[in-house]
Write a protein that binds this ligand. Structure first.
Ligand SMILES: [Zn+2]
Length: 451
């Protein structure tokens, strides 16, 4: 893996990745009836810079955008032409009507860079007969709600009642691996009212659109879909099979009574298998109980699934329980891999949503609601900034060196450094920025002023 990445190292640099994103933005049709002096591409490029620099508001960006240093850096680092940076108000007006599909396109381009240049190899999941598959945890999360402002994309709670409120959710998915902290987010899918619909959207409908988009963008990718208990049902299992993929889905006692009863019946008949693995170095015991071909529920034409009950006994003797359904054949040789794969589901919550909400990105912040798609477009841009950062963290040595410079590296510290340099120093390239963070800059001291 190292060799393939090392050969193609420049493709994982911020300059290459952001140029790729900028080129996609150049292809967005200009919808303005009166073309102003600001090139159209400068609007999405500036908005992307807001997310990538982790500004916590558009106003904060607006206060900086006319500073010569900021203009210079936006042109050099984000390809904002002629230093013509739009105001926050104009940015909202122009981004609002853009079809959110336009902001999904860069995800595919960035993914193909990862794929072409050998960085996907570290994410392969092999389990029994499955070779070279990838784990794709998927989940939905809330963005924000409002009881006053509403856009065309809003879902509505308590519609027509006094306490009517409006909200946006989003569905995200990322390639993940048990041994890797970095994730590779795919294009997200807004959980929002579809064009012309008077009904709210829901996670079940959004996941079909999400998976259809994944299939369209990556038809040859072999996937194992990881989902929480909400999706352990016949329609979702059938849908994943229809797309030609596999699944590991959480099952819960309360929601899957018939499944648990079927397992208990099989247990009584001696048809449930047991397997125990003792991990001596970590003083952890893994206990597996499994059966194949179990009816998922009591419906006549129900799906039959393989069920894995799992108990982890940690070094303090505390027991942790999980249960999954899967179509991967369970044997003593596969249960440990299925367990490790299934536990990767939390990567979408912890490594993705939590990072996007609490680790410098501002996914829950309303940069602007708009009348059409503004809120959705800002959310997609936030995911896009995260993807660019994740690719660098995965495979860009300059980024890794800057991130890991302190004894206790944190992404937040790196973002703070990047933004402070961005606002105060003229920067000609991403390479020079990361070198300055890693080795110190030649910034002049501020002279003592006696006046
Ligand atoms: Zn809305």
């Amino acid at each position: 893996m190292g060799t393939a990445i090392q050969k193609n190292i420049r493709h994982f640099s911020a300059s290459y990745l952001i140029k790729t994103v900028s080129d996609c933005f150049e292809n967005i049709p200009d919808h303005r009836p009166n073309k102003s002096s600001i090139p159209f591409g400068n609007f999405p490029k500036s908005a992307f810079a807001v997310m990538h620099q982790k500004f916590d508001s558009l106003l904060g960006f607006d206060e900086e955008r006319l500073e010569p240093t900021c203009c210079y850096n936006l042109e050099k680092l984000y390809h904002v032409k002629e230093g013509k940076v739009p105001s926050d108000t104009r940015m909202r007006e122009v981004l609002d009507p853009i079809d959110p599909v336009e902001f999904k396109k860069p995800f595919k381009e960035l993914f193909s860079i990862i794929q072409r240049n050998g960085a996907l190899q570290g994410y392969t999941f092999n389990c029994g007969k499955l070779k070279d598959h990838y784990l794709l945890p998927i989940d939905g999360t809330g963005l924000f709600y409002s009881d006053t402002s509403r856009c065309a994309d809003c879902c509505v709670k308590n519609e027509g009642k006094k306490n009517e409120t409006y909200y946006h959710n989003i569905m995200g998915g990322c390639l993940a691996h048990p041994n890797r902290k970095t994730v590779i987010p795919l294009a997200p899918e807004a959980i929002c009212r579809q064009d012309g619909s008077t009904k709210n959207d829901c996670e079940k409908a959004a996941i079909r659109r999400f998976l259809a988009q994944v299939k369209k963008d990556h038809p040859r990718l072999h996937l194992v879909i990881l989902l929480d208990g909400l999706y352990a049902d016949n329609p979702t299992v059938a849908m994943i099979k229809e797309f030609g993929w596999h699944y590991i889905i959480v099952a819960k006692d309360g929601n899957h009574v018939a499944l648990i009863e079927a397992m208990n019946a099989l247990y009584d008949q001696g048809e449930v298998h047991h397997h125990t693995v003792v991990d001596a170095p970590n003083k952890t015991t893994h206990k597996f109980r499994y059966a194949n071909n179990v009816p998922l529920n009591l419906q006549d034409e129900t799906e039959h699934v393989n069920v894995l009950d799992y108990i982890e006994i940690d070094k303090k003797g505390i027991q942790h329980f999980w249960c999954w359904i899967t179509d991967i054949e369970l044997t003593n040789d596969t249960v440990e891999s299925v367990m490790r794969g299934g536990r990767c589901r939390w990567r979408i919550e912890n490594e993705t949503f939590n990072t996007l909400k609490n680790q410098g990105y501002q996914l829950e912040h309303s940069y602007g609601h708009g009348e059409k798609h503004l809120a959705t477009n800002f959310a997609y841009l936030t995911f896009l900034a995260f993807l660019v950062d994740q690719i660098q963290e995965l495979a860009c040595p300059q980024f890794q060196q800057a991130l890991n410079k302190p004894k206790k590296p944190t992404r937040k510290r790196l973002w703070r450094k990047i933004t402070s340099f961005f606002l105060t120093l003229r920067i000609d390239s991403w390479g020079s920025l990361f070198r300055a963070i890693s080795h110190g800059s030649k910034a002049q001291d501020i002279a003592f002023d006696s006046s």
